[in-house]
Every structure is written in structure tokens, then in C-alpha cells.
Design a protein around this ligand. Sequence first.
Ligand SMILES: Nc1ncnc2c1ncn2[C@@H]1O[C@H](COP(=O)(O)OP(=O)(O)OP(=O)(O)O)[C@@H](O)[C@H]1O
Length: 255
Amino acid sequence: MDILKVDRVCKSYGALQVLKQVSLSVSQGSIFAIIGPNGAGKTTLFKVMTGESPANGGSVWFHGEDITSAPAHRRARAGIGRTFQVARVFNDFSVRENVIAAVEARRRNQRQSLGRWWAIKPDSAVVSEAEALIDEIGLGGSEEVAARFLSHGDRKRLEFVIALALQPRLLMLDEPTAGMSPADRLGIAELIVRIRDRLGVTVVMTEHDMDIVFKLADRVLVLNYGEVVVTGTVEEIRGNPAVQEVYLGKEVLHA
Ligand SMILES: Nc1ncnc2c1ncn2[C@@H]1O[C@H](COP(=O)(O)OP(=O)(O)OP(=O)(O)O)[C@@H](O)[C@H]1O
């Protein structure tokens, strides 16, 4: 079953047409990667899917519902979670406090109440849920550490925990390994697979690191000048002459 569908989406900035009739389908439980050279339109496509930037044409569907005109917060509530290239966490809060805040925010949304979470002692169910998530994502032992003191890799892990605390059905990751050491990148790659396998969350990601994409993705969409070159499995993408043309002169596809 397809959890997300993009149908002939177009996007322009003034006279510049950045996305041209882009279509894709993401099946539930899969890891779907969007790749392409600099300026291909990956981030723009990502924003059209998260609702940060509306499309000029075409449609976006989530679980069979047309969400083309839904704002980002409504999409989040429907089950589309995301992380950002620059982590959005409370620096002075500990790991545990950051996650408790996210779990409380979700519960508040579910209750539709306007309670001030920071004024209320979190109940034990919230704390247990937060701690289980922290363990699951590999931050166990760092609960008391203030976010500002985490390594780049652990900060990204914390951001994953915060996104997962909202219980998304689909997690959108914009360049999840950007700026990381090779070891941290590998750790994040393993974590993404773990999130899909253990929590059943579908993943859509943009990524520059081809090793990571080839390791993780069930399907890959190659974008160039705002157009889909091809969508296929890693094997199909690697052997595709049109894709090799896009990356001509770059070694990435021979890895
Ligand atoms: N807000 C904007 N206003 C005008 N042009 C924009 C805007 N955002 C992106 N663009 C242009 O749209 C094109 C696609 O940009 P986009 O950031 O989506 O590409 P990308 O594939 O994510 O690139 P990169 O890999 O370098 O991050 C580029 O030519 C960019 O300059």
C-alpha cells in the first residue's frame, strides 16, 4: 500500500521552474531516497511534501487523503514527522527533558487542551515513554546531559527521538548525515533502518552520501533539473545509463 503519493507536482520561483511534473509513490514500511546533483530540486520537493512550500500544480496524497493544500502543522498531526538539517532542540534542556517536552506536546495535541506542560510535573507514563524512546534510539545513559553538550551524532539522535515522540507514520529526513564523520554517518544509517524495522515508520529522505543511500534505500528517485530521471531499486539506479549521465564525471555510482 502507498502511504505517500506525489502526482505531477510543479513548483516555480518566479520564472524559474524548479519542479516539473514530479510524481512518486512511497509504499508503507519502505525507505525511499531522493537523490540528484546540487540544485536539482530535492529540498524543494521535500518542502512540497512536508507542506512548508506549496506546489503550484499537481497534488500530494497521504494515506489516500489529498493534503496538497494542508499546512505543515496539519500534515504533522496527520502523521508526517520530520527532522531538519540543523537540529531543533532546546539546548539548555537535558535529553530527558527534551523528549518529555515532545511527548507532552503530542499528548496535549491529542487532548486538544492548552495545559502548560512546563508547569506540570510529567506523569510517570510520560517519563516511561520518553525513557523507552531514548533507549531505543541509543541515547540511554545520556538522559541527564544538556543538549548543548551532545556530539553532532548524538544531537541528531536526539532530534530523531523528538520527531518519533510525535508518533509519525512517515518520517521525512532532510540530509540526515550532513556534516557528520563517517562513523557517525554509519550509526545514523543503522538507526534509520532500526526505526523502520522496530517502530514500523516509513522513511523518505534526501541524501548526498551515495554509500548511505545504497545501503538503506528500498527505492531511489533521481532528480535532475527538477525532473524525475528514473525511480527504481538501488540495483536499477546503479546500472541506469541516464543516471550515469547525470552523475557523469563523478565516482559516486561506482562505489
Ligand atoms: N526560495 C527560493 N527562491 C528562489 N529560488 C529558489 C528558492 N529555493 C530554491 N531555489 C532554486 O531552486 C533550485 C532547486 O533548489 P533546491 O534547494 O531544491 O535544490 P537541491 O537539489 O536541494 O540542491 P542542494 O543539493 O544543493 O541542496 C535551485 O536553482 C535554487 O537556486
